[in-house]
Design a protein around this ligand. Structure first.
Ligand SMILES: [Zn+2]
Ligand SMILES: [Zn+2]
Ligand SMILES: [Zn+2]
Length: 226
């Protein structure tokens, strides 16, 4: 939508062109590059996009400009999955929510009127007057889902996944260790958290288990039919 972006630039000029002219030119370059992509960018990514266009501004300046853009409603900040702050366009009067793929990091945008309405009603039922909300759906995107090998070691599972234990590698020793923990082949497990390091937390039959990565590597799981 190039038209809305030229409107944004005009408004930015109106608000800031009377300020220090050097800084204004540089800030305008940041805005221009920011508006040239529809991605949800980190400050570093925007710095790289600026360099690619031959604009060499310090990360501090870019960061400060992004704060300014957020403050005046040209940019919106999000931290998906507690990651780095990401910035996207803030077009007045427009709203969307996000789905975040925890495998590849893809961010999808969606808008669903029924959800919007339901959130207002739920808030109102609690005597709560909703002013704004963030709705983030975490999961696995269509492409990742297609590419996924069905069987995988538990270490590759993502937080929130529901799985079935299909096999236990590593001979009788690891099988025995699992059995003494109370886990066996065919059990349905849900991953509470897997941060890519340290123990995994899983639940089976409403009980919590901590599984070291070495053992988790030997547990072969596949997605549970929901
Ligand atoms: Zn836009
Ligand atoms: Zn994905
Ligand atoms: Zn977005």
């Amino acid at each position: 939508m190039p038209r809305i972006h030229s409107q944004e630039k005009e408004q930015f000029k109106k608000l800031f062109s009377h300020e220090d002219p050097d800084a204004f030119e540089d800030r305008f370059r940041v805005l221009d590059t920011f508006l040239s992509t529809e991605k949800h960018l980190t400050c570093d990514e925007l710095c790289r996009a600026l360099s690619a266009r031959g604009e060499h501004l310090t990360p501090e300046f870019v960061r400060e400009t992004l704060k300014l853009l957020s403050h005046f409603g040209f940019a919106r900040q999000s931290r998906f999955d507690n990651g780095e702050i990401r910035y996207e366009h803030h077009h007045l009067g427009q709203h969307h929510d996000h789905m975040i793929c925890t495998k590849c990091g893809k961010i999808l945008e969606f808008k669903e009127d029924r959800l919007e309405e339901a959130q207002i009603q739920v808030a109102a039922a609690h005597g709560f007057h909703m002013l704004q909300h963030r709705m983030e759906i975490y999961g696995i995107c269509a492409e990742c889902n297609r590419e996924r090998r069905r069987r995988m070691p538990l270490t590759l599972a993502k937080s929130g996944e529901r799985l079935v234990i299909r096999d236990i590698n590593g001979g009788s020793a690891s099988r025995l260790r699992l059995m003494t923990m109370g886990l066996r082949q065919g059990d349905r497990i849900e991953v509470i958290s897997n941060n890519g390091q340290g123990q995994l937390a899983v639940s089976v039959d409403m009980k919590r288990y901590a599984i070291g990565r070495g053992l988790a590597q030997k547990i072969i799981v596949e997605p549970a039919a929901s």
